[in-house]
Ligand binder design. Structure first.
Ligand code: URA
Length: 430
């Protein structure tokens, strides 16, 4: 079959800072999906996009082409409105676990199609798979039935949504082209728009443990994604949230499930509670529900009731104890003072090296591995006090995890340091 465009011309146009036409973008994504554009050509184009950017029209066309590469879901037959949340990923980010049942308890259905983790940020499915019996894969029919009956589903995204993104994301991962705002925004939004949610709330992380290290970049990513969502008719809002330090007190699959259950029981770390409630408020208000207080639904056990039904519906035992690691090791503070910094990326890498994450997508993860924090920035600590407990089934992993943590915290012993904790929600984009 003769092709209407030449891939090399398209690469040259972007290499020379030109603009790609709508027809060129639609063709190159379609041709890549049917393997008429080779991986090495797409890598060159992805690098040209990373270096030279795309304007809003090009990003919109790129997103539309990725949506058109696969199927679209439809939740319009459900008896309640739908809202979904996407996080750009961070360390200790277990928010989906308490959030989905909380929003469902407020009367809005949550279809949360999730993934497994790669690198230092954990995946939601890896966390839930720490619960004995819990199954990530559901057919579209089973997912719709659970949404109608329970109100919340967290399950594996099927291969039918934006298949072009699946190939492209794997390629970007091995060619140093993940960190391009046009490619991140179109990758995330193509899957969310194809999923068919009515409301989308984006949690755009900023700080050392996030893709976006500066507020400026995070804001640009948030604005790009909000515009894409709104253009596609999805009510879309973004919160910029802090990822300079881990969220909550745990990073690692089973440890994070345990902490999420504490939040659903009305306790848990304040930053996790605050962010869960802030995102829930955006989701239910976006769906038109204004007479329910999510903070109350978390406190009075309604969210916990939905959690239990959500876990049971996918074969999990909500009462089963979480697996515990065979070995633990403590990391202690060396001086008295106020903890002023605890770096998210270092803790994420340590949890990963302890076995909580995977280096290649086919690697297994340990359910019980990870890092438990005993202090957060703003807390007063004493020399010799445990700052963290490292958990793993394989003690040979402690050394490399410990190396990741070297120099990752500061204690100010001068007596001048304030005791303030950073605000978890930094900004809102709508
Ligand atoms: N998550 C995605 O789904 N895609 C990206 O490009 C980055 C994060």
């Amino acid at each position: 079959m003769s092709e209407p465009f030449d891939t090399v011309d398209i690469i040259r146009t972007k290499r020379d800072r030109g603009e790609l036409s709508s027809a060129e973008i639609a063709w190159v994504i379609d041709a890549y999906t049917r393997e008429a554009v080779a991986d090495e050509q797409m890598s060159a184009l992805a690098m040209a996009i990373l270096l030279n950017g795309m304007d809003r029209r090009e990003i919109g066309d790129w997103t539309a082409a990725m949506i058109a590469s696969g199927e679209r879901m439809d939740f319009s037959g459900l008896s309640r409105p739908t809202a979904d949340k996407h996080s750009t990923g961070g360390v200790g980010d277990k928010i989906t676990l308490p959030l989905a049942p909380l929003v469902a308890a407020c009367g809005v259905a949550v279809p949360q199609l999730s993934g497994r983790g790669l690198g230092h940020t954990g995946g939601t499915l890896d966390k839930l798979e720490a619960i004995p019996g819990w199954q990530a894969s559901l057919s579209n029919e089973a997912m719709l039935q659970q949404l109608e009956e329970v109100g919340a589903v967290i399950c594996a995204a099927g291969s039918g949504l934006a298949p072009a993104d699946k190939r492209l994301y794997a390629l970007r991962d091995v060619t140093g082209t993940v960190e391009a705002i046009p490619l991140i925004a179109s990758s995330i939004m193509s899957k969310k728009i194809a999923e068919g949610t009515g409301v989308l709330v984006l949690d755009v992380k900023v700080g050392s443990g996030a893709f976006m290290k500066t507020q400026e970049d995070a804001r640009e990513l948030a604005e790009t994604m909000v515009a894409l969502g709104q253009d596609a008719g999805v009510h879309t809002v973004a919160l910029l949230t802090d990822m300079s330090t881990p969220l909550g007190l745990t990073a690692g699959n089973g440890l994070e499930v345990r902490e999420s259950v504490e939040v659903l029981a009305g306790g848990g770390p304040q930053d996790v509670v605050d962010l869960t409630v802030a995102l829930a408020r955006e989701m239910i208000e976006g769906a038109g529900v204004t007479d329910v207080d999510p903070a109350e639904a978390l406190r009075d056990g309604r969210a916990m009731d939905v959690w239990r039904r959500m876990i049971q519906a996918q074969g999990g035992d909500p009462d089963a104890p979480m697996p515990t690691a065979r070995e633990t090791q403590q990391v202690t503070a060396d001086t008295d003072g106020v903890l002023t910094r605890l770096d998210a990326l270092a803790v994420g890498v340590a949890a990963w090296r302890l076995g909580a994450g995977r280096a290649r997508k086919e690697d297994p993860v340990q359910a019980a591995a990870g890092v438990e924090l005993h202090a957060k920035p703003g807390d007063r600590v004493r020399a010799g006090q445990p700052l963290m407990t490292l958990h793993t089934d394989e003690p040979g992993r402690f050394e490399r995890a410990g190396a990741a943590l070297e120099g990752c915290w500061d204690v100010d012993g001068s007596g001048d340091a304030g005791h303030t904790r950073p605000e978890i929600v930094i900004d809102r984009v709508s």
